[in-house]
Design a protein around this ligand. Sequence first.
Ligand code: HEM
Length: 413
Amino acid sequence: MPRAETGFSVLSDDFAAAPYRYFAGLRERAPVHYEPAIDSYFLSRYQDVKRVLTDHQAFSTETLQVRAEPVMRGPVLAQMTGAEHTAKRKIVVRGFTGQALQDQIRAIRANAAELIAPFLPRGRVDLVNDFGKPLAVYVTLDVLGLDKKDWQQVAAWHSGVAEFITSIVLTPERRRHCLDCAEQLEAYLVPLIEQRRRHPGEDLISTLCTAEFDGIAMSNRDVTALIINVLAAATEPADKTLALLIKHLIDHPEQMAQVRQDPTLLPAAIAETLRYTPPVQLIPRQSEKDAVFAGTTVPVGATIFCMIGAANRDPDAFTAPDTFDIHRPDLGTARSFTAAAQHLAFGTGLHQCVGAAFARAEIETVAAMLIPLLDQVHYSPDFRYRETGLYTRGPASLSLDFTPVHEGVPGHD
Ligand code: HEM
């Protein structure tokens, strides 16, 4: 079994504080990093990560079953394969495309305007906690057709579910708490599912209730699992990406000025944010047979973590990878939100994110509204930037000052 590099651990506080500092060393000197405490392998090279995510025979999503099913209360997309996976993905995608997407964009704009309004006259907002987090939950609730008055409760349950899936190590107390959250979320959802079966609307829950797989309608358990799947998958990365986008533009004022002047650059800025700082940092898989990477054998049955942040900064995949550059020729903005994306922020292969196009629409809509409102935006004087999270990662807060706005917000009536 390969030894961990002396003294280095991805579970250390040093790594948690600034993982990007270690990525080049990992790729060059420990591309197959073994972590004995959790008996798992961490891959950091772009080609290795891509291989794991696209070779579905050799690397399965079995680990996600253990990680997700107890809190999703049923089978989730990530653990499915074959015809069931294809059919259920298609049903979920229907909820985010065509007319549904147009309606959602209108709702996103209205939600964003409502949430930012109280902060505009003050000229100060914490973009993460005051705005991005509630917005991402509002948007997901709208998609699902759930009542926004319940958002704080749903957000609290959701955070327990997310903690279960994304924790590398979980104490028995936290595990119990997360499972309680999932049970309460299920108890909240089941009566709603039954009501939508009787009176279907245009929302995703109704679509899931009325859709059939193999000629059989989905059970309450199947629908609950898919709803929690979407709730967990859609909410967290979207709010992190928005905050990271604004942060990178503040840190690169010339690129902020270009985006302000030409908002058609926004998709490139979002794609580059996803490449440079992917909010989903780790994607787990299980090896179905012995596999050799850079001369090291990963044994059958091992847990492998694909390090997306490290892969996206691999000089074999992107020129000058540690530079944030919305004009980089190797970005390929148009394909950045499709199966042909060069960056791996949405994963790749069969389980690539179903919400990529929706995420682009959501973040672009919000950023296009927000950036013109935040004139002269800069960090608040005593603000200290800090990121958290090993599995999903983003700013803990983003306290911004800007020129106060006293007249109404466009789109908010
Ligand atoms: C910037 C925002 C987002 C990022 C970075 C992101 C990232 C990811 C990643 C990395 C995966 C692949 C996991 C794997 O291979 O195991 C994934 C899967 C998934 N995402 Fe997203 N996601 C985002 C937004 C969304 C949104 C808005 C939705 C829903 C509207 C969504 C729904 C899903 C679902 C359902 C899956 C599971 C797909 C499957 O297993 O077939 N995501 N996402």
